[in-house]
Design a protein around this ligand. Structure first.
Ligand SMILES: [Zn+2]
Ligand SMILES: [Zn+2]
Length: 95
């Protein structure tokens, strides 16, 4: 976890947001589900990565349309693979 994000990830606002999102998403990894696999979602990932500039902006940091429930493998893939894929203007990875 990056230093600037520590406070955010420990905030009540994020914990509430994350738990509510994970519940609404059905508790399964959304990426695996697209491939027909049922794996428990373990991490709520920000599609548009948090930066020191946007982390205090709730429409990025706490917006459900910027969140994705993923398993550990998919999360590692999302972050590890980011450099190998093109990203759009919003920083979203194009698969
Ligand atoms: Zn997955
Ligand atoms: Zn992530």
């Amino acid at each position: 976890m990056k230093e600037f994000a520590k406070e955010f990830y420990h905030s009540q606002a994020w914990k509430r947001c994350r738990d509510a999102y994970a519940k609404a998403a059905g508790g399964l990894c959304e990426r695996c589900l697209e491939r027909g696999l049922y794996n428990p979602g373990e991490i709520v990932h920000h599609t548009v990565a948090l930066t020191p500039d946007n982390i205090h902006n709730p429409s990025v940091a706490l917006a459900w349309d910027n969140l994705e429930l993923v398993c550990r493998n998919c999360h590692a893939e999302l972050h590890g693979a980011a450099k190998r894929y093109r990203v759009d203007a919003l920083g979203r990875v194009l698969l």
